[in-house]
Every structure is written in structure tokens, then in C-alpha cells.
Design a protein around this ligand. Structure first.
Ligand code: ZN
Ligand code: ZN
Length: 323
């Protein structure tokens, strides 16, 4: 099946893959895993899709047969080939998808009325869904999120749609904080630990959070997460950590004494992408205001540099001219 790429989101992982590499990256590679496209050529009999269909691409091509695939965790398939990591991704004009992959659900129709740029937020939101399914966020939870980048905001909005009561985002970077203040998040914003502790004391009796999601690679955020988590609280390991100074025994032991649950999430399944598309299309999670810059293919290098500076929220690449 041949797709013409329309809009592809840039994310921090692309910048990381480009600058220092990434565990799943195989070179040489075309990056880009937040992909939307138009079907250029397909055998309808084989794929069910027609020329001209607007689609979002869930980036993982899995075997469809193993234990993880059968349980709906196809992103954990031993044989998964992720576009933009093991196979070429969306920072190119055309994308080839094997018919077998279409059968495992990598393509989602983009509903009429939803733009390509909104639909390219499906994959990042799907990653947040994978995380929050494991955290069982529900009514009345106080949720703390470290890092106010696009994934921090998407996690906040998803938590809101799942009934969280108070949501606090910690963002130390002033440029990012200004962007956050301009969004309609209905979140409490903290610039540092002192701010955070004050907010927690104001919104909860014990000054603790029920759920903590570090959406940044800073080991300090994980260490502090252990300290501000309520009894039976949940911590989501959403981001890998940069090299970690030793976390003290007394800190690790909080998991034991407070009966904390620490769960990990990496990437997203085809089903998570379907759910994300529904949430975006239904208006449960809004995404359009997160896109702060639109670039062309020739500006990809600058786009990746901008991610490193952290002065934009979401940057998307438009493949066609006249955006
Ligand atoms: Zn990404
Ligand atoms: Zn599999």
C-alpha cells in the first residue's frame, strides 16, 4: 500500500534519535512516527482502503500472532517494527505499508471534519492512554505531572477526561511556562518544588498526590514523585530517565511502606491509537491549540533544533506546500 504523507508531528524522541540515538533506532533511517497520510495506491480487496482515503498511521507493525499481540499489547511484540525506528517513518513524501500490517490495524480513518494536523496528535495521545490505563486514573484523583511539554499537557487533558479532580503540572522552564499559561488547561501550574508543595497543601489535606506521572527524563522528578505520593498512590514511568544519581534506600522503601504502585508505559498499541482518535474527534481531548509551529520538509533540521530549545509546544511538518 502506498501513502502520500500529509502532516507528521515532530517529538522529543525524534530529536533524541537524531542527536544521541535511541534504543530501537536502526540506521540509516527516515524518522517520524506521528504520521497522517492520504492513500495513493492500494488493492481495496487486500486492504479495505480506497485511493484518496485520509488515514492516521499507528507506527508499530507487529506479528499479529504472539501472546502480546493477541492480548492487544502489540507494541510489546518481539517482532514489532516501528516506523521511524526500525523502518522508515513519516519525514518523507511517500510511505509504503505492507498489506499484512493493514490487517493488524495500523491505519485509522481520519473522520471528516478532523484536520490532518489534529489527527497527527493521535499517536502521542495513544501513548498517554497506554500510561493512564495502567494507572487507573478515576474520579477525584489528584494528579501531578512533571514537565509541561506536549505529552505533559496531553496527559493532563486525558486525566481530566477520566475524572481527575485537581491536576498539577510542574514546569521549571520559563518559555514553556508562558506557553502553558496561554492554554486552556484548567490545571494548576508550578514552576518549582516549593510552588508544588504549596499547591498540594492547598488542594489536599495531606499535601500529597494520588497519581504522579513524570513526563520528563529528569531522575529528580522520579525521586520527588516517591516523596509526594499518597498512600496507595500510583507512579507512571512514562519517560526513560537520564543517568541517575543513587536514589536512597529510604526513598525506594517508600514503595513498600506506602504501598505505592509503579507502572511503566512505552509507546502504544493499534487499539490505543483507535481510542485516541475517538477522543480527539469527540472533543474529549482537544489538541489543536497545542500546535505552535508548522514547518516544511526542508526545515526539518530547524524543527529538531527548536525542540531542543523547548520554546514551542508541538511542531508539525507539512509535506505539501501551501499550508
Ligand atoms: Zn513521539
Ligand atoms: Zn506479535
Amino acid at each position: 500500500m502506498l501513502l502520500a504523507v500529509e502532516v507528521c508531528g515532530l517529538c522529543r524522541t525524534d530529536m533524541k534519535a537524531y542527536t544521541v540515538g535511541q534504543r530501537d533506532l536502526r540506521l540509516p533511517r527516515v524518522l517520524g512516527h506521528e504520521i497522517t497520510a492520504t492513500v495513493l495506491d492500494a488493492s481495496q480487496q487486500q486492504t479495505g482502503f480506497c485511493i484518496g482515503d485520509r488515514v492516521q498511521v499507528a507506527p508499530g507493525i507487529s506479528c499479529g500472532r504472539c501472546r502480546f499481540c493477541k492480548q492487544g499489547f502489540d507494541h510489546l511484540c518481539d517482532r514489532v517494527k516501528i516506523m521511524g525506528f526500525h523502518r522508515d517513518g513519516g519525514f518523507q513524501e511517500y510511505l509504503h505499508i505492507p498489506a499484512a500490517a493493514v490487517k493488524t490495524g495500523v491505519l485509522n480513518y481520519i473522520p471528516t471534519g478532523l484536520s490532518f494536523e489534529e489527527a497527527c496528535m493521535t499517536e502521542p495521545l495513544a501513548c498517554a492512554i497506554n500510561m493512564q490505563d495502567a494507572l487507573h486514573i478515576g474520579d477525584g484523583d489528584v494528579v501531578l505531572i512533571w514537565g509541561g511539554g506536549p505529552l505533559g499537557v496531553l496527559n493532563a487533558r486525558l486525566a481530566r477526561s477520566r475524572g481527575a479532580k485537581d491536576i498539577i503540572i510542574v514546569e521549571p522552564q520559563p518559555d514553556r511556562m508562558r506557553l502553558l499559561e496561554g492554554l486552556e488547561n484548567q490545571c494548576l501550574l508550578a514552576a518549582d518544588l516549593k510552588d508544588l508543595l504549596e499547591i498540594l497543601a492547598a488542594v489536599t489535606k495531606r499535601g500529597q498526590a494520588d497519581v504522579v506521572i513524570p513526563c520528563c527524563p529528569n531522575p529528580e522528578a522520579f525521586r520527588e514523585s516517591l516523596k509526594v505520593c499518597a498512600k496507595r498512590g500510583r507512579i507512571g514511568f512514562f519517560s526513560g530517565l537520564t543517568p541517575c544519581p543513587d536514589i536512597a534506600n529510604t526513598e525506594w522503601n517508600l514503595i513498600h511502606y506506602l504501598e505505592l504502585t509503579v507502572v511503566g508505559a512505552y509507546g502504544c498499541s493499534a487499539k490505543h491509537n483507535q481510542s485516541a482518535m475517538q477522543l480527539i474527534n469527540g472533543g474529549d481531548v482537544t489538541v489543536k491549540d497545542l500546535i505552535t509551529r508548522r514547518i516544511a520538509l526542508g526545515e526539518l533540521q530547524q524543527g529538531l533544533d527548536l525542540i531542543a530549545l523547548g520554546k514551542e509546544m508541538k511542531i508539525v511538518l507539512y509535506m505539501k506546500k501551501g499550508r
